[in-house]
Design a protein around this ligand. Structure first.
Ligand SMILES: Nc1ncnc2c1ncn2[C@@H]1O[C@H](COP(=O)(O)OP(=O)(O)OP(=O)(O)O)[C@@H](O)[C@H]1O
Ligand SMILES: [Mg+2]
Length: 298
């Protein structure tokens, strides 16, 4: 029986030492077009070290596109993206992952036929360079690294409370657990910036509260910087330090949750979603279900 270690002892490389006031991520005048569609239209923002930064906005506003640029999947036509004082533009997704950006996808991207354990181990392998370990002389060392990785993955499984599922193929698991495994895979990569694309989409109240608790605990234990895209306004307003609002690819608001919530431009964008559509206030009230997420999560 292996003792449960705190997550901070398993993942030791997630926080960054930066000079006071130096942002971890700086995005300037970013533009991305698909034919006539301006998916991202001159957006600038920065993310502070240790911050939980949230991006919200109506469907098609460009939120996932920003994640795709950040992880090297889309190449923007203009603008700059600097992470840890390096430009990410032109870097391949695997190189960006190695540099320390990992991601939980809007549509779960796991290997359905592999077990939870193996999906998480793949997260570790993506993180490490095994090339230098291939020679015979390195077999012993490779084995040691493999054992270390296994231990880290088991710690993440304990942390996410998915021990009962660890040997099951991911494809068999309920949706809420799959989302947790996705979070686990992203954590296994030991990122310095974690991108969460709708971590609670499609979840019931209980699953949402569990996910909120994991996000808060990751934050408290690892000091990990996160960007969270979410439509669940209650969750965003409770968890985020700052919120950026996009509409048709443009940044229409940026500030602390309270400021953004009362910003007339934001209210107008949400009202504009359709005559019958919910207002931002309605969405916050509805998603909270009368309960404060942060309270419920502690
Ligand atoms: N690969 C692509 N090819 C063409 N158009 C794209 C592509 N990816 C995104 N778009 C377009 O860019 C715009 C922004 O899409 P994006 O997926 O970033 O929105 P989103 O804010 O994540 O929306 P949602 O809340 O629905 O997930 C949309 O108009 C979308 O159709
Ligand atoms: Mg999206």
């Amino acid at each position: 029986m292996v003792m449960i270690r705190p997550l901070s002892e398993a993942l030791t490389d997630t926080s960054v030492d930066l000079p006071e006031g130096k942002p971890l991520l700086e995005i300037t005048d970013l533009a991305l077009r698909f034919g006539g569609t301006r998916a991202i239209d001159g957006v600038s923002f920065d993310v502070k070290n240790g911050e939980l930064f949230s991006i919200i906005g109506p469907n098609g506003a460009g939120k996932t596109s920003i994640f795709n640029v950040l992880s090297g999947v889309y190449r923007p036509q203009a603008g700059s993206v600097r992470f840890l004082d390096r430009s990410l533009l032109g870097m391949r997704p695997d190189a960006i992952a190695k540099l320390g950006i990992s991601r939980m996808f809007q549509n779960i991207e796991l290997f359905d036929n592999l077990t939870v354990l193996d999906n998480l181990m793949l997260g570790r392998h993506q993180h490490l360079d095994y090339g230098m370990l291939s020679g015979m002389a390195w077999v012993g060392k490779a084995k040691r690294i493999e054992l270390t990785n296994r231990r880290i993955v088991e710690d993440i499984i304990d942390f996410l409370e998915i021990e009962a599922h660890r040997k099951f193929p991911v494809g068999m698991l309920p949706y809420g657990i799959k989302k947790r495994v996705e979070l686990g895979r992203a954590l296994a990569m030991e990122p310095k910036l974690l991108l969460l694309d709708e971590p609670v989409a499609g979840m019931n109240v209980e699953e949402t509260e569990d996910m909120a608790r994991f996000i808060l605990d990751i934050r408290a234990e690892l000091d990990l910087t996160m960007i969270m895209v979410e439509h669940d306004m209650g969750l965003v307003m409770d968890l985020a330090d700052r919120v950026m609002v996009l509409d048709f690819g443009k940044r229409i608001s940026l500030g602390e949750p309270e400021e953004v919530q009362n910003d007339p431009a934001v209210i107008a964008a949400y009202l504009g979603e359709g005559d019958e559509g919910p207002t931002l206030e309605d969405e916050i009230a509805e998603s909270k279900g009368g309960q404060d997420v942060e309270e419920a999560a502690t």
